[in-house]
Write a protein of this length. Structure first.
Length: 316
C-alpha cells in the first residue's frame, strides 16, 4: 500500500467522507486573476478579510515555509431524512441554514485534521511540519479541492463533489511532506441554471458572476448594519443563512446523507423563535449559541434578522 493510500484510509477512518492530495504550488493564474477582479469589483461587500493576505490565499506554500503538499478533505453535512423534516411553518419562527444546525464545523474538523497530520508523520517516517486549515485560514480551498480531484465548482459558486453533492465542508493539511498528487476529476456542473433562476435576490448573475452584497447568506451573517428594504423583503423567514441555491441543485438529489455520527446535530436550531431571539441579551446569546455557527452573526446581527423576519411575516 502506498503512503498516499495509507493517509487517505486514515482520513476516511477519522470520519471524513472524501480525501484528495495536491501539491503546494499556487492556484491557477487564471483563477487568481478572476478572484482579484471579483474583489476589485466590490462584490465582496463588507468582507474585508478576503482582501487581506491575498498572496497567502492563492499560494498554500506561503502559509508554511517548505510546504510541498496539501491534503484536502470533505465532510458531508447533508441532513438525514429524520433531520430534514422541519417543524410546520409558523410566522413566529425563522429558518436557519442547514449547515448551522450542527455544531461549529471548524471546531469539529480541526482536531481530526491534527490527527491526520500525525498519521502523515507515521506513514512517511518524517517529522514534517504542517498547518491545519478550516475555512478561517486564508486559503482558496475550493480551487485546491478541485485540483486534488475531489470535484468541481458549480454555477452557484459552491464546491460540488460528484457523489456527495454540494453540501460538504472542506479542510486542509498543508505539509512539508512530499506526496504524490491526485488528478482532477472529469465531473462538471451541468449548468441547468436552476440556482441562478431560484436565487431570491439575483446574487447569482446569468453571466456567472456572484454579487455577495445581494446574497441572503452574506446579508444575514456577514453584513453589518441595516439591510436595504428591497433586499430585506427577499430575506423572507430566513433568520440565518440561505439554502436556496443548494436545495435546487441537481447534484444534491441522490447524494447520501451525513454518515459521521459524532458530528453533533441540534434539531432545535432548525427554526428559531423570532420574538425570543430578538430579545436576547449578550449573556443569553452566548449561552444559547456557544459552539454554533449561528454565533457568527453576532447579537446585533441576529436581532436585526429576527426583526426583518417578523416584519416580513406581518406584511404578508
Amino acid at each position: 500500500m502506498s503512503i498516499e493510500q495509507e493517509i487517505k484510509d486514515r482520513a476516511l477512518a477519522l470520519g471524513f467522507d472524501a480525501v484528495g492530495i495536491t501539491d503546494a504550488s499556487p492556484i491557477d493564474s487564471e483563477e487568481v486573476e478572476r478572484l482579484r477582479a471579483w474583489l476589485a469589483s466590490g462584490r465582496a461587500g463588507q468582507m474585508a478579510y478576503l482582501h487581506r493576505n491575498f498572496e497567502k490565499r492563492v499560494d498554500p506554500g506561503s502559509l508554511l515555509e517548505g510546504a510541498r503538499s496539501v491534503i484536502v478533505v470533505a465532510l458531508n453535512y447533508k441532513l438525514r431524512e429524520e433531520e430534514a423534516t422541519d417543524p410546520a411553518a409558523d410566522a413566529k419562527f425563522g429558518t436557519v441554514a442547514e449547515y448551522a444546525r450542527y455544531e461549529d464545523y471548524h471546531d469539529f474538523m480541526r482536531p481530526l485534521l491534527h490527527e491526520l497530520a500525525q498519521r502523515v508523520r507515521e506513514a512517511t517516517g518524517e517529522k514534517h511540519r504542517f498547518k491545519v486549515c478550516v475555512d478561517s485560514v486564508p486559503l482558496a480551498e475550493r480551487a485546491l479541492a478541485v485540483r486534488a480531484g475531489l470535484g468541481f465548482i458549480g454555477k452557484n459558486h459552491m464546491f460540488i463533489h460528484p457523489k456527495l453533492g454540494p453540501q460538504v465542508f472542506l479542510g486542509e493539511v498543508v505539509t512539508t511532506a512530499s506526496l504524490v498528487p491526485d488528478d482532477p476529476v472529469a465531473g462538471v456542473c451541468i449548468s441547468c441554471g436552476r440556482c441562478v433562476r431560484m436565487c431570491p435576490t439575483g446574487a447569482l448573475e446569468a453571466d456567472g458572476q456572484f454579487d455577495a452584497r445581494k446574497c441572503i447568506s452574506y446579508l444575514t451573517i456577514e453584513h453589518k448594519g441595516a439591510i436595504e428594504p428591497e433586499l430585506a423583503k427577499q430575506v423572507g423567514d430566513r433568520v440565518f443563512g440561505c439554502d436556496q441555491c443548494v436545495s435546487v441543485c441537481p447534484h444534491r438529489h441522490g447524494a447520501p446523507a451525513r454518515a459521521n455520527a459524532p458530528f453533533r446535530f441540534y434539531p432545535g436550531r432548525a427554526r428559531l423563535e423570532l420574538g425570543r431571539t430578538g430579545a436576547m441579551t449578550a449573556e443569553s446569546f452566548a449561552a444559547e449559541f456557544e459552539g454554533s455557527p449561528i454565533s457568527r452573526a453576532g447579537l446585533d446581527g441576529l436581532g436585526r434578522n429576527a426583526q426583518i423576519c417578523m416584519d416580513n411575516a406581518q406584511s404578508g
